[in-house]
Write a protein that binds this ligand. Structure first.
Ligand code: NAD
Ligand code: TYD
Length: 332
């Protein structure tokens, strides 16, 4: 299969490209990525020389470019997005442009070029905060912040292209991912790298918000399964069945690094902070998916990865990013 991956230089995208090249020797991948602050060519340095891999720097909103790239492929795996909730709360323009207009541009091009599979990567955040139970695929969407609202819009557009145009769309909605190559604005890599440097860990609000953690390689395997075996027009939740309160997660990270809990620094809560996400993953289990990585071992492996890859994250954290976060999070 020839696959166009969008956003392949980001966290999940780079893990997914590596997964496809390793698991499917007959496949080739074109990676279209704009290289925003979150995209990093270093993430795929090890596959750059693979003849089955090609990188194209470009914007998913560029209709001419995406039509040209789609003309040569069988399937699209669309992951490019603006992804950070706090950033979307500060200004949503880029979120609407990339996540909504960019998705629309890709869907139109896929329709014109008669793509045989269009997989849109989505998030559990579209269901909004759940006080109890777990979201099922056809539950109403109830996003709370500009990021999740833009992702919900993208999902609905993709579904509409199936319903109206019979574009063979499938959608995945996964819970929070963690693992290697995650940009250190998200809580796990931010807290690991801060702790390594003996810097404060800014824990929002009362620290009791709950996320369901999924190891990135499990998400990549699930996306790959849906790509090949999912049914046209269907949505598949991908959860880790692993709900953890932020404060518990924070203590686990500190324990793994042998750092003191005094680094935990309560800060003002995120506006509109969703209390809890949870997914019912029965449907993708029906396709045969089971997460292969247990959370404690995967978290320990992730901590080790950041420990041994300072050369990857130090340049990111020492630049404008650091100044941005120093401004953003004053201790309460
Ligand atoms: P990321 O922020 O690490 O990477 C996003 C990538 O998209 C970057 O490489 C960036 O350069 C690229 N990009 C951004 N705008 C672009 C544009 N206009 N044109 C081309 N490329 C562009 O994100 P991630 O965490 O890897 O998330 C990937 C996808 O998975 C996103 O769609 C996200 O909504 C979804 N998702 C992420 C999580 C998670 O926990 N990380 C959970 C569920 C769903
Ligand atoms: P994040 O990694 O931003 O993912 P999302 O908001 O998409 O779930 O945040 C995960 C949780 O960690 C969320 O409840 C907010 C919290 N958090 C903090 O307490 N401090 C931080 O500095 C960050 C970035 C997040």
């Amino acid at each position: 299969m020839k696959i166009l991956v969008t956003g392949g230089a980001g966290f999940i995208g780079s893990n997914f490209v590596r997964h496809v090249l390793a698991a499917h020797p007959e496949d080739s991948v074109v990676n279209l990525d704009k290289l925003t602050y979150a995209g990093n060519p270093e993430n795929l340095r090890d596959v750059e020389q693979d003849a089955r891999y090609r990188f194209v720097k470009g914007d998913i909103c560029d209709g001419t470019l995406v039509r040209e790239l789609m003309a040569g492929v069988d399937a699209v795996v669309h992951m490019a997005a603006e992804t950070h909730v706090d950033k979307s709360n500060l200004g949503a323009d880029e979120f609407l442009r990339t996540n909504v207009t960019g998705t629309f541009t890709l869907l139109e091009a896929a329709r014109e070029t008669r793509i045989t599979r269009f997989l849109a990567v989505g998030t559990d955040e579209v269901y909004g905060s759940l006080s109890r139970g777990a979201a099922r695929e056809l539950d109403p969407l109830n996003p709370s912040n500009p990021y999740s609202a833009s992702k919900a819009a993208a999902d609905l557009l993709a579904r509409a292209y199936w319903t109206t145009h019979r574009l063979p769309v499938v959608i995945t909605r996964s819970s929070n991912n963690f693992g290697p190559y995650q940009y250190p604005e998200k809580v796990i890599p931010l807290f690991i790298t801060n702790a390594i440097e003996d810097r404060p860990l800014p824990l929002y609000g009362d620290g009791r918000n709950v996320r369901d953690w999924l190891y990135v390689l499990d998400n990549c395997a699930a996306i790959d399964l849906v790509l090949r075996r999912g049914k046209d027009g269907e949505i598949y939740n991908i959860g880790g069945d692993n709900e953890v309160e932020n404060v518990v997660l924070t203590r686990q990270i500190l324990r793994l690094l042998g750092k003191p809990e005094s680094l935990i620094t309560p800060v003002a809560d995120r506006p509109g902070h969703d209390r809890r996400y949870a997914l019912d993953s029965a449907k993708i289990r029906g396709l045969g998916f089971r997460p292969a990585h247990a959370f404690p071992a995967a978290l320990a492996a992730t901590v080790d990865w950041y420990r041994h890859h300072e050369a990857w994250w130090q340049p990111i954290k020492s630049g404008a990013f650091k100044a941005y976060y120093d401004r953003q999070y004053a201790p309460r």
